[in-house]
Every structure is written in structure tokens, then in C-alpha cells.
Design a protein around this ligand. Structure first.
Ligand code: FES
Length: 137
């Protein structure tokens, strides 16, 4: 577990930063995803876009892709979060909505306290995407 008071990244953070899961290269194709959410951080001005694909019958998340104009922590957090949402054939939307940035940070082996705000971006974008999905369906 990383020491949250120091500027030290865990091996898990480094791995997700160097090998991001769920990163979307380029723009999504028309109709490729069911909804998307986009947010910016008040703390640093960085942005994240996140797309979701949902199985309409089971409400399981079958795919998550993202892009961020953010720091290493934002990249690692979005990567870990997309993995959490899609493992074991996808999490149910209601279950997924209960995940907090603290859960993401814990899965990453902790984050430096001053970087915690970066882990909030993916979570907020996901919640916006679900909101858009529910409004549409
Ligand atoms: S400093 Fe902006 S997302 Fe990390």
C-alpha cells in the first residue's frame, strides 16, 4: 500500500499507467456505445470522456472505453475502473454505481493524498454516462 502522505506510486498504479486498459484510440464509431459521459476537474482543469456499452436484458456493462487529458493518476484510475466494471462478464449497473473513488484508489494500492482528486474523474464520467443511458432508455 502506498503512503498517501508521500508522492509515491504503487506498482499497480505504474502498471495501469504504462499499460492502460480500456483506452480508446480515436473517436468511437456511430452507435458503437450506448452512452457517454464527459467531465472536467475543478482542481486541475483536466478532462475525461468515458463510453459504456450495456447488455439491455441483464443491465451488465459489457464494455467501457475512455480517453483522458489528465495525469498519470487519472490514466491509472480510469484503467483500473474500466477493469473493475467489465470483469466477470460485466458488473450490473446498480452495483457499479456503488463503486466510489476510494474503492478505485484502494484497488490501485493507494494514491498520494494530493492525487486523490484525479481518481474522481472516471467515476464522475461513468455516473454521467449511466444517467444519459437511463434517460435514453
Ligand atoms: S492532475 Fe488533473 S487529473 Fe490528475
Amino acid at each position: 500500500m502506498a503512503d498517501v502522505d508521500k508522492w509515491i506510486y504503487s506498482a499497480v498504479v505504474k502498471d495501469h499507467f504504462m499499460h492502460p486498459r480500456g483506452f480508446l484510440m480515436g473517436e468511437p464509431k456511430e452507435g458503437e456505445f450506448d452512452a457517454h459521459g464527459e467531465v472536467g476537474s475543478f482542481a486541475c482543469g483536466d478532462i475525461i470522456k468515458l463510453w459504456i456499452k450495456i447488455d439491455k436484458k441483464t443491465e451488465r456493462i459489457t464494455d467501457v472505453k475512455w480517453q483522458t487529458w489528465g495525469c498519470a493518476t487519472a490514466i491509472a484510475s480510469a484503467s483500473m475502473f474500466s477493469e473493475m466494471l467489465t470483469e466477470n462478464e460485466g458488473m450490473n449497473i446498480d452495483e457499479a454505481m456503488k463503486i466510489t473513488p476510494k474503492d478505485i484508489a484502494e484497488k490501485l494500492g493507494g494514491l498520494p493524498a494530493r492525487k486523490f482528486h484525479c481518481s474522481i474523474l472516471a467515476d464522475k464520467a461513468f455516473k454521467k454516462a449511466v444517467e444519459a443511458y437511463r434517460l435514453r432508455s
